[in-house]
Design a protein around this ligand. Structure first.
Ligand code: NAP
Ligand code: MG
Length: 489
């Protein structure tokens, strides 16, 4: 029997007003895992109304920052106490290996809330020296009602990445999880209730992007839309938000390079690129998808990488020995499989993996980790975001050609550089147009360090202090303290 999940509106767990539901599939079997409410536009209206009323009441924003922080710290504690339950749900819903949910997703989700719980007391304004007789200072105020829309690849992490800072800053929130993997986000309703968040401050509304996502984006009472997902949808949200000059923050797609220089530790680079490319089945916005490598070390790197890739255990994501589970959904499997076929058709050399399901794994959305050699920069698989376990390798001659190749993309989320030369590492880091540059590592993200994209990978930054300030309005207060009134006429 599929478990039935509720959404959360105005402190009440509820179903859609017309009773409509959506089925959520287990990607390992494509059997129905759960049913979630398919909210109507009226339900979204009610959720935004509840958030607006909570904002107007001022209870949450009026609490001491420390008390707000305590609620987030308590929520982090509850997630940590329920980590195994959250990890199993994330794996059942998304298909990511249980060892990843346990090691990365759930601890990081709790860490995001804990970090912003601690940072809540650090939200301070400035005093600004201007002129004699004037006292000028700034206040950091909550924006009001924030709409948050998240994707399916790291649901719990990305929900907490938005809820932590927006709530710490005193905002009221309506959040929408992705239809393909909504379950851990819906589970947060109980977490925040137990942590003591006042009713109406957080509303969780499930349903499709075209209904729920658009209703959030279009609503005049929403002051900011914080979106993580594809560049296509993000740009559409920006357009729709423009009418009322709403704030937007966009975390979007990527096509991140791993740049391997001639002097790199090749064994280290192979390990790092594997982690960069195949974590979460490659369904990772900052995944290392393009290896741009110096010709002189190409053959050694490819031989070692392909051998290790073939040894990755693909299968039931609940098996603790498995390091690659199924893709999230059959439609997404089709898309990734088509890209692999396209790579073959355009003349790249398939070194391992391929467009078909591995033997014995036909029921789920499995694809073997796939590596292409002899990839040229004009090929589709080199240019477009695939969002699956597909890695391309292209050789270049020398540092200049490698830097140029790294930047030859419309995206700019991340890049990694693999070298033993300190000077090269930092010089190249400054020349790459990406929000994160890793040196001799890939896919590391920390609560206290900013994350986001250059170019078409995004707008604004999440995490760190910048991530908190992004959910505030700055008010400048200018006081005339002169003994005489200021007079001109
Ligand atoms: P997506 O299709 O853009 O969906 C993201 C979210 O937007 C989902 O909740 C979706 O709802 C919703 N949505 C869809 N159409 C909408 C509309 N017209 N108005 C408002 N909301 C709408 O992306 P995805 O396939 O879930 O995720 C994969 C993408 O996310 C990749 O491009 C990846 O690079 C990017 N991503 C970026 C980051 C980052 O930090 N930069 C992190 C993770 C993922 P439904 O689920 O109901 O369609
Ligand atoms: Mg699912």
């Amino acid at each position: 029997m599929a478990e039935k999940f509720d959404m959360l509106i105005d402190g009440q767990k509820c179903q859609a007003s017309d009773g409509a539901t959506l089925e959520v599939l287990n990607p390992a079997t494509n059997e129905v895992l759960a049913e979630i409410p398919a909210a109507t536009p009226e339900d979204v209206q009610r959720a935004i109304g509840a958030a607006s009323a909570a904002h107007a009441k001022g209870e949450w924003a009026g609490m001491t920052p420390g008390a707000r922080g305590d609620v987030l710290l308590k929520a982090a504690e509850i997630i940590t106490a329920r980590a195994e339950e959250f990890a199993r749900m994330e794996t059942a819903d998304v298909g990511k290996p249980i060892v990843e949910s346990q090691a990365f997703d759930i601890p990081m989700a709790a860490d995001h809330l804990g970090y912003y719980g601690r940072l809540a007391v650090d939200l301070v304004g400035e005093t600004i020296p201007t002129m004699a007789g004037v006292f000028d200072y700034t206040l950091r105020e909550p924006m009001g009602v924030v709409g948050e829309i998240i994707p399916w690849n790291f649901p719990c992490v990305l929900a907490c990445r938005k809820l932590g800072p927006s709530l710490a800053a005193g905002n009221c929130v309506v959040i929408k999880p992705a239809t393909w993997a909504p379950l851990t986000t819906l589970m947060l309703a109980d977490v925040f209730a137990e942590a003591g968040l006042p009713a109406g401050v957080l509303n969780i509304v499930s349903g499709t992007g075209s209904t729920v996502g658009q209703a959030i984006t279009d609503h005049p009472a929403v002051h900011k839309v914080s979106f993580t997902g594809s560049t296509e949808v993000g740009c559409m949200i920006m357009q729709r938000a423009s009418g009322e000059a709403k704030g937007v923050s966009l975390e979007m797609g990527g096509k991140s390079p791993a740049v391997v220089l001639a002097d790199a530790d090749i064994d280290g680079a192979v390990e790092g690129v594997l982690f960069g490319a195949f974590l979460n089945q490659g369904e990772c916005c900052c995944a290392a998808t393009r290896v741009c490598i110096d010709s002189s070390v190409h053959d050694e790197f490819v031989a070692k990488l392909v051998a290790k890739t073939k040894a990755i255990k693909v299968g039931d994501p609940m098996d603790p020995d498995v390091k690659m589970g199924p893709l999230v959904h059959p439609d997404h499997w089709d898309r990734v499989s088509r890209y692999i076929q396209c790579g073959i058709d355009e003349g790249a050399t398939l070194l391992c993996g391929g467009p078909d399901k591995p033997q014995g794994l036909e029921k789920g959305n499995y694809i073997a980790p796939t590596v292409f050699g002899n990839v040229t920069p004009d090929m589709t698989i080199y240019r477009e975001e695939i969002f699956g376990p597909v890695l391309t390798i292209t050789a270049f001659d020398g540092v200049e050609a490698l830097v140029e190749a790294a930047n030859d993309t419309d995206y700019g989320l991340a890049a990694s550089i693999w070298t033993r030369d300190l000077r090269n590492a930092h010089t190249i880091a400054s020349r790459i147009a990406a929000g994160t540059v890793w040196l001799n590592v890939h896919n590391f993200v920390f609560s206290q360090a900013p994350y986001g994209g250059y170019k078409q990978s995004g707008l604004g930054r999440e995490l760190g202090r910048e991530g908190l300030l992004a959910y505030t309005e700055t008010k400048n207060v200018i006081a005339w303290l002169g003994e005489q009134p200021f007079a001109w006429y």
